[in-house]
Design a protein around this ligand. Structure first.
Ligand code: ADE
Length: 238
C-alpha cells in the first residue's frame, strides 16, 4: 500500500490513476465518479477537494476537483504529476463564449490557453511562452466529439485571473485576437504539464455567451456537460 501524500492530497493508500479528469467543482468530481466509474474509491478529502479512482470501460481512471483559478489548479496538478505520477490530465469545465458562432452548450477544446496571469513567469522562458494542449489528447478528443456528433470548436482560450474585470474593454480585445472562450485555469495546467513532460488538455462547455449576453441555468447545462465528460473519458481511456 502506497503511503505517498502531499500537503493537499492524502490518499491514505487509495490508488490514483495515471489518467485523471479535473472539474473545478469537487461535487462534480463525485458526480462523475458515481455516474461513470465502476467501483469508485475516494482518494482525497483534504479541504473537501474530493478525488476518486475507479474504472471506465475496463481502464483505471481518476477524477478530482481543482477549485477555481490558476493558483488552485496549479498546485493540485503539480502534486498529482510530481508525487503521484499522473501522466494525462484533462480539465473539464465551463467557459464563456467569446466569438459569434459559438453557441450555448457547444463544446470548446483549448488547443492553446492565453492568459493575463503571471504564473508562467516562474519558468523563465526568454520570451513569451505559448501554453498549448497535448496534441495527442487533442486529436483524440476531436475524433470522439465528431463521433458523438457534438458541435466542437478548437482553438485558443483565455485563462483569466479576473472574473470581475475593472477594465471593461479587456475581453473585447481578446475577442479581436480570436479567443474562443474564457475560463480561469488551463494556462496553469498546460504550463505545469509542459514543464513535467506530461499530457494535458482543457475541454469546456459554453455556459455563457459573452457576445450575445445569454446564459444557461445549471439544469440546462447537464446535457452538454454529459457530452463533454464522455468525450474526456473516451480520450483518456483510449
Ligand atoms: N467560466 C464560465 N464563464 C466564465 C466567465 N464568464 N469568465 C470566466 N470563466 C468562466
Amino acid at each position: 500500500m502506497s503511503t505517498l501524500s502531499t500537503p493537499h492530497i492524502k490518499p491514505d493508500g487509495a490508488p490514483i490513476a495515471e489518467s485523471i479528469l479535473l472539474p473545478g467543482d469537487p461535487l462534480r468530481a463525485k458526480f462523475i465518479a458515481e455516474t461513470y466509474f465502476e467501483n469508485p474509491v475516494c482518494f482525497n478529502e483534504v479541504r473537501n477537494m474530493l478525488g476518486f479512482t475507479g474504472t471506465y470501460r475496463g481502464k483505471q481512471v481518476s477524477v478530482m476537483g481543482t477549485g477555481m483559478g490558476i493558483p488552485s489548479i496549479s498546485l493540485y496538478s503539480y502534486e498529482l504529476i510530481h508525487t503521484f505520477g499522473v501522466k494525462q490530465l484533462i480539465r473539464v469545465g465551463s467557459c464563456g463564449g467569446m466569438q459569434e458562432g459559438i453557441d450555448l452548450y457547444d463544446v470548446v477544446i483549448g488547443q492553446a490557453a492565453s492568459t493575463d496571469s503571471n504564473y508562467l513567469s516562474q519558468f523563465g522562458a526568454p520570451g513569451t511562452y505559448a501554453p498549448i494542449g497535448s496534441y495527442r489528447l487533442l486529436e483524440r478528443a476531436v475524433a470522439h466529439a465528431r463521433e458523438a456528433e457534438q458541435t466542437v470548436h478548437v482553438g485558443n482560450v483565455l485563462s483569466s485571473d479576473i472574473f470581475y474585470n475593472a477594465d471593461e474593454s479587456a475581453l473585447a480585445r481578446w475577442t479581436r485576437m480570436g479567443i474562443l472562450g474564457v475560463e480561469m485555469e488551463s494556462a496553469g495546467l498546460y504550463a505545469n504539464a509542459a514543464a513535467a513532460g506530461v499530457d494535458a488538455l482543457g475541454i469546456f462547455t459554453v455556459s455563457d455567451d459573452l457576445v450575445g449576453g445569454r446564459h444557461t441555468t445549471p439544469e440546462e447545462r447537464q446535457t452538454a456537460f454529459t457530452a463533454m465528460i464522455e468525450i474526456a473519458l473516451a480520450t483518456v481511456t483510449e
